[in-house]
Design a protein around this ligand. Sequence first.
Ligand SMILES: Cc1ncc(COP(=O)(O)O)c(C=O)c1O
Length: 421
Amino acid sequence: MNRREFARLLAIGGAAPFVSPKVAWARPVDLPPTPPSPDEKFWTAVRDQFVMPKDLAILNAANLCPSSGPVLETMYRLTKDMDQDPSFDNRAKLGDGRENTRKLLAEFLRVTPEEIIITRNTSESNNLVSTGIDLKPGDEVLLTADNHPSNHVAWQEKAKRYGFTVKDVPVPNPHPGFEHYVDAFKKMITPQTKVISFTHLTSTVGDLFPAKEICRLARERGILTLVDGAQTFGLLELDLADMQPDFYSGSAHKWPCGPKENGVLYINKTAQSKIWASIFSAYPGRVGVSRTFEGFGQRDEPAMMAFGEALTFQTKIGRAHIEKRSRELTQALMAGLKKIDGVKIWTSPDPARSVAVLSFQPGNLDVRKLSLALYQKDRIGCATRGGQDRPGIRLSPHFYNTMADVDRTVAAIKKYMSTGV
Ligand SMILES: Cc1ncc(COP(=O)(O)O)c(C=O)c1O
């Protein structure tokens, strides 16, 4: 923005302009090409693409990730363009941009654009499924016991209304392995089971579920599957064509580092005739299932396009590299925490059973006080879990974290474990 434009904005906005030079972020230098074996120097360059201050280590990707500079720029540039000229004529190009994001989502998930709905978040995606499938008294829905409310309370509440039954497959700790869960589902399936819904990677203690195997088991029995991918979309190098769920949900603002209030619902073409759309309004998508399922009224198209930019950003770095990096950071955290007396780790160390969500109980320390001290004194962001069921601190590092963040976090926890908080 030049000075004249800024003065004009000031004149319009009075004393509180929407954008001031003080809040504008510095444009990051271009990211270098990813080397075949990315080293700490490369990941530090990735970190520099984010506007978080350098001394801040946020290990909370399972909750909310920052958007990178390129994503922020896309959102700002397009929002400004729209607000400078909100005519239908000027906004026509935004429809093309939204369809481009759909294509990018399809490539990212290795499916077709005709199977993609751009929603507001995982919560909405999950609820579109639990509301959209015809279920009646006598029908059963099988859930894993460790789901987010949008995939648990949602089913329980709809069961009250429509009269179907919900059953939970127990989730023991430590993670008992993939075979355990395949067997557990096999045992609990009955001729009345119509839907199986589970979280791919749990947000509680980071248990990875055998999504492909459970989806196969269900498909062979004519049972529909909803895989809640809030914790794997943008983290694992996913291939839904291989996993073959009927429905898969995710949020842009978590691991993909996209804008807030954007999400995805994948509806397998074979399942599209088995679900009703719940919301009808203007401005649906242009292809496939989005023509009937994505008419949510006016949307924030600049944010939808920035969602596409976030996927492009990850693809440019390399999704396999991102998954590997997040795993390495988690394994390093786990190795450090294991050496601290009194720490009980809830998450499986086996990379086949966990990815990048790590949860532990810090002895008798009050987790809220610990988390506050970590944030206020050490500039480390994490999540807490209270109550009696696997309480503790959750760390979820992502590709914008560095090994220095890991070392600093382990050292701080070690310090508080010996001095108290
Ligand atoms: C497993 C799981 N499902 C769904 C959600 C809901 O995500 P959102 O708030 O983006 O809708 C979360 C959020 O943490 C989650 O961890």
